[in-house]
Design a protein around this ligand. Sequence first.
Ligand code: SAM
Length: 275
Amino acid sequence: MSEPFQHRARKRFGQNFLHDAGVIHRILRSIAPKEGQHVLEIGPGQGALTEGLVDSGAKLDVIELDLDLIPQLKWRFGLKPNFSLHQGDALKFDFASLVGAEDDKLRVVGNLPYNISTPLIFHLLDHAPIIQDMHFMLQKEVVERLAAEPGNGDWGRLSIMVQYFCRVDYLFTVGPGAFNPPPKVESAIVRLVPYSELPYPAKDHRVLERIVREAFNQRRKTLRNTLRALMSVEDIEAAGVDPTLRPEQLNVADFVRLANRLSEISADTAQGPSA
Ligand code: SAM
């Protein structure tokens, strides 16, 4: 079918469109959408993934920022009864507005624009209870950070905050040739599955965020130095953590114990740390 739409990829919207049919099928197989499920695609672009998603019979909502792509998406998918198009910025979108019944959880999918991938993941984590799972194409380096383990150079704030909420699976790597125009770096597909019950719940996850940010501000220093402004060596030890370690040597559970200790101290002194 010839298409009456010509679109020039826009850098400022992070537009690298997938054109490799093998890669597109592999991504769709990993997601395996089904009728009765509710899928949200972020940044459908010219519909490379959208077509398979809509054909699966799943209920599909898509959010696209670029006004110029809207007519094309409407033309291709607008008549499908299971398709709804939202023009706007996914970073500001109220995902809860899409979900009706309690068991109607979202399966989020996106070949994400690189410039918004980290803030978007944090925005989605705020809605973790209404999300079944997420499949993203991201810069390979970002996926390596998401899936990193303690002690590894990639282990940091992103790994810890995402692994606090989700199980992370590195699925596969995608080379630049799969896109038009090709990006300068390699990409990879990641699956994030929010835990229905957090394995290490923090009393206040904003305190966890604060302590992780503070600790990794100077990742080469020991905890007794990086956390000096927040807690004493005795408090670090009371949380069962060795203050002579560097932040990259701690796992999620260690950071949660530090955060919970900090919440206790703050409650004791009745002047909690501003998160
Ligand atoms: N899904 C398509 C594909 O795989 O070929 C397009 C992927 S392209 C890397 C990213 C898409 O996200 C573009 O269509 C772009 O216009 C859209 N986009 C960029 N910023 C966005 C935002 N803040 N909210 C929603 N969509 C956005």
